[in-house]
Design a protein around this ligand. Structure first.
Ligand SMILES: [Zn+2]
Length: 326
């Protein structure tokens, strides 16, 4: 059931079954043309929930444009198929080409080969190939995206929505901000109860550093309605920015201490020694798809330390291992 959260603004609850994110919040701004923000995975369960709620709201689908905050499959998975002819599909110009990459098996092969260097076994990668939702629930048809830049403005339902580039969670993540209504569509930049996954990206030498900068970029915006892309919880922007910053600074030190105490570990092994909020008895019991994100997150913390000269890595027999500098 869709919730009306402000005049002309609806939150559609899209379940992400079996995923620790639990749900995706898809927001609909109604007007002469409507704007749907984020879509859910390309899964039957997401499609059904989306179609049912759009029907309930009697949305004129021929006048509904779509905006994706970033390239992840739980945000763009259904976008191409929901789009009707003549409607527009928006994404930031940096993430846009990545949507196409996610449709390409070769890109996944290259990415997984890097993860093997960071400690995964090929056997684990074989399992991931069939089970990683980031891969299997990505769009399978290409749609014409319109690329947006930082500062571009979209107008829907009497609202002027400014694009704010917030790299970190992905290289080109974008928030939408309406300064008049004080609405911030935060995508996965700011989440409550869970912290956004920050992982290593080939195109970002220091994803976590970029993320922490992007948190500061939005921290002091006047916001009355903070609208995250997952979970029903919301709260005060500046407080949450400070909590997320403190959380990562703590984990950066945890990662550094692990390298100091046990030099020569891979990113995979370091991830196994970090604390995670997921319900699982031990690292060995971690679902493989979650290990993929956990290792990516550990690597982002190690990159942060490496670019600041606090750790270094060496490739030994095809595995990257971390040490403190001499
Ligand atoms: Zn995401």
């Amino acid at each position: 059931m869709a919730d009306c959260i402000a005049e002309g603004l609806w939150r559609l609850d899209i379940p992400l079954e079996g995923n620790p994110l639990k749900n995706l919040n898809s927001y609909l701004i109604r007007g002469e043309r409507s704007l749907l923000i984020d879509t859910g995975f390309r899964w039957a369960s997401c499609r059904l929930a989306m179609e049912r709620q759009l029907e309930e709201l009697e949305v004129d689908r021929d006048r509904m444009d779509i905006f994706a905050t970033h390239l992840h499959s739980d945000h763009v998975g259904l976008a191409a198929e929901l789009l009707r002819p003549g409607c527009r599909l928006f994404i930031g110009e940096i993430d846009g080409p990545g949507v196409e990459d996610y449709m390409d098996d070769d890109c996944w092969r290259d990415l997984y080969a890097e993860y093997v260097k960071d400690g995964f076994t090929w056997e684990e990668i074989d399992h991931l190939w069939d089970s990683n939702p980031a891969q299997e629930a990505a769009p399978d048809v290409w749609a014409q995206y319109r690329y947006l830049k930082n500062g571009d403005v979209l107008s829907y339902g009497g609202h002027e929505l400014r694009c704010i580039l917030t790299p970190g969670h992905t290289p080109g993540h974008m928030c939408l901000y309406d300064p008049a209504a004080k609405w911030l569509f935060a995508g996965d930049h700011i989440l409550f109860h869970i912290s956004p996954n920050i992982c290593r990206w080939e195109s970002m030498p220091d994803a976590l550093g970029s993320y922490l900068e992007s948190l500061q970029k939005v921290r002091n915006l006047p916001v009355d309605l903070l609208l995250p892309a997952h979970r029903a919880e919301t709260g005060i922007l500046a407080d949450r920015v400070d909590e997320l910053t403190a959380h990562h600074l703590r984990r950066i030190e945890d990662a550094w201490q692990t390298v100091r105490d046990e030099p020569g570990l891979t990113g995979y092994e370091i991830a196994g020694r970090m604390r995670w909020k997921i319900r699982s008895r031990s690292w060995a019991d971690f679902p493989l798809e979650q290990k993929f994100f956990a290792v990516g997150e550990a690597l982002a913390h190690l990159d942060y330390l490496e670019v600041r000269g606090r750790v270094c890595r060496q490739e030994e027999h095809g595995k990257r291992r971390y040490y403190l500098p001499e």
